[in-house]
Design a protein around this ligand. Structure first.
Ligand code: F6R
Length: 607
């Protein structure tokens, strides 16, 4: 969840570390800090809150030094204060850490019994103190780290900077991702390739259990058994990404507006629009051997997967089990090898999703993953990678990654349906054409922004919101509620419209907005009945529908958002846009931190 960076350089590193941290801030923004060596001694600068605070501090009190490490934090152990900000340091060593040291309490007790005084409440400082103790007892820095790694439980990526070692950093990874960047007369380490993009495009990825010694001219990698190993150096695409907001106010806004383009790009990877057919060569799934699927994911990716389940079952007639990854990993579900395990993740690093993948691997299942970050751990550990071509998503609230996940899942359902003979060639053509027409419809939907804004001027004043939908609009209702609460901090719940009368209807009164997602499809009438139950109890209805839907609503809605007409299959991709915009403009009016909402981080690499 935190971002880490390290440079063994040949020029001042402080501002280069900060530059890299800017590209990692999506991983956490509770505090930030750097450490360099000044006259062979560790010097630190740390600040609570956003990276800009650290930048300001460094502008007032610069740090020199050509070697250093940096960190941007998402707090796990210890409040987000300066005292708990990384790097944590002793006289001998400074470290930055991403992940959790699970046995830190017992290690800390051991050290405190020896008289070690801790300066923070973090699990991380235990590692620094253990290494320092080994150095004090006469171990060389590398040996000191090697011994400590053997004592740590949990998931981590670590970087170490040592007093008196002007040309060496040590890095280690177990669970959390870590990449090494190769420069000319300098070396880098970082949580991902995007962080290293300004410095180099030659990247290698440490594998689980690896640790490495970096000097200005060399990188030596060791595996978990401490044997030297070679990790392939690849050309990274990270450098190609321009991470800026352009003319938009927020990354989220930019990412919402990018959707027509990135969805088309993603679909074109899986579908051949010139012949209105499915590209059969883009996944190597042997559908004849698959009788069911087990999907799991977290958060927004889980809602995308849930919509994928509806498609897979309806069009390919393939039964799908779906779980939230944090539940799946401990559910010990009996699995047979005719089950395709499918994981959905933007970052490809989510700890619970990765653990679920590893459980399925241990059960001998074929593994497929829908991922946005091609170099991620989930991608690397999957048999079949189904990329979303969304480009980097910086806003913490997922938008374009969600709709690109839907694009891949829709294509995959059609691919399975074709292979299993559950759609005819005419249906294949029809459904591919529907996806092919998306771009224009999405542009139309984005034009609704002023109408959405008008609704949000009202929404910003409420405390609770209910989202309702049926069929694929039900997971979309869940996603709408998640989006609203995570960036506007308004309490919101999503419900299957039919569930309303089983409890939540008790909440309805004239202060409660109920957002109903109801395209005019085969489920429309049912949803309308539920909407009328809300209206009868004075609820304030915000109806998202199309022209026909608006005509047949028969209810006095507070607001109606009229969407372009779309076939049922592709409606989740189109109706995703207004729910994203509803959350976005509400949050903007409320003045919250849209791209970096409180308490959250983009990449969740802890349980
Ligand atoms: C919400 C959001 C999160 C993520 C979830 C999974 O807007 O972004 O709910 O969807 O943390 O992350 P990934 O997709 O990286 O596995």
């Amino acid at each position: 969840m935190c971002g880490i960076i390290g440079i063994v350089g040949n020029q001042p590193v402080a501002m280069r570390l900060v530059d890299a941290l800017k590209r990692l801030e999506y991983r956490g923004y509770d505090s930030a800090g750097i450490a360099t060596l000044v006259d062979n001694q560790i010097a630190r600068s740390r600040a609570e809150g956003k990276l800009v605070n650290l930048e300001n501090r460094l502008a007032a009190e610069p740090l020199s030094g050509a070697i250093g490490i940096g960190h941007t934090r998402w707090a796990t152990h210890g409040a987000p204060t300066e005292r708990n900000a990384h790097p944590h340091a002793t006289e001998q060593v400074a470290i930055v850490h991403n992940g959790i040291i699970e046995n830190f309490a017992e290690l800390r007790t051991e050290l405190e019994a020896e008289g070690v005084k801790f300066q923070s409440d973090t699990d991380t400082e235990t590692v620094a103190q253990l290494v320092a103790r080994n150095i004090r007892s006469g171990d060389a820095p590398v040996e000191a780290v090697r011994k400590v790694l053997g004592r740590l439980r949990g998931a981590f990526a670590l970087a170490f900077l040592f007093t008196g070692e002007n040309e060496m950093l040590v890095a280690a990874r177990r669970g959390s991702p870590l990449a090494i960047g190769y420069g000319e007369g300098e070396m880098f380490l970082g949580s991902d390739a995007i962080a290293l993009a300004p410095f180099t495009d030659k990247i290698s990825y440490l594998e689980d259990g690896d640790w490495a010694v970096l000097t200005r001219d060399s990188v030596t990698v060791y595996d978990e058994g401490n044997h030297p190993v070679t990790r392939v150096v690849q050309q990274s695409s990270g450098a190609a990404y321009v991470v800026n907001k352009g003319n938009y106010r927020h990354f989220m806004e930019k990412e919402v507006y990018e959707q027509p383009e990135v969805i088309s790009r993603t679909l074109a990877h899986y579908l051949d629009f010139s012949s209105s057919s499915i590209r059969t060569d883009v996944n190597n799934i042997d559908w004849s051997k698959i009788n069911r699927m087990a999907m799991s994911a977290c958060g927004t990716a889980y809602y995308a997967a849930t919509i994928g389940k509806y498609w897979m079952e309806r069009y390919a007639r393939l039964p799908v089990e779906i779980d939230i990854a944090s539940e799946f990993r401990y559910r010990e579900m009996p699995l047979s090898t005719d089950t395709l395990a499918l994981f959905v993740s933007q970052s490809g690093e989510t700890a619970d999703t990765l653990a679920s993948l590893r459980y399925c691997r241990s059960q001998g299942l074929p593994i497929a993953a829908v991922v946005n970050v091609r170099e991620s751990t989930i991608a690397r550990e999957s048999d079949i990678v189904l990329p979303t071509l969304a480009g980097p998503e910086i806003g913490v609230a997922s938008t374009k990654a969600f709709t690109c996940q839907l694009s891949v899942l829709a294509s995959l359902a059609l691919s399975a349906a074709k292979a299993r003979g559950t759609i005819t060639p005419a249906e294949e053509k029809e459904l591919v054409d529907q996806l092919g027409n998306l771009s224009g419809v999405l542009h139309e939907a984005l034009k609704l922004a002023p109408k959405v804004e008008a609704i949000c001027r009202d929404l910003m004043n409420v405390k609770d919101v209910l989202y309702l939908g049926r069929g694929t609009s039900y997971p979309l209702a869940l996603e709408g509620a998640l989006k609203l609460k995570e960036i506007s901090y308004i309490h919101a719940e999503g419900y299957a419209a039919g569930e309303l009368k089983h409890g939540p209807i008790a909440l309805i009164d004239e202060t409660m907005p109920v957002i109903v997602i109801a395209p005019f499809d085969r489920l429309y009438e049912k949803t309308v009945s539920n909407m009328q139950e809300v209206a009868a109890r004075g609820g304030r209805i915000i109806l998202i529908t199309d022209k026909e839907g608006a005509k047949h609503a028969n209810v006095d809605a507070h607001s109606v958002l009229i969407m372009p007409d779309v076939p049922e299959f592709i409606s989740p991709l189109v109706y995703a846009l207004p729910i994203q915009m509803l959350a976005y403009y509400t949050a903007v009016f409320m003045g919250t931190d849209v791209d970096q909402p409180r308490n959250l981080a983009k990449s969740v690499t802890v349980e």
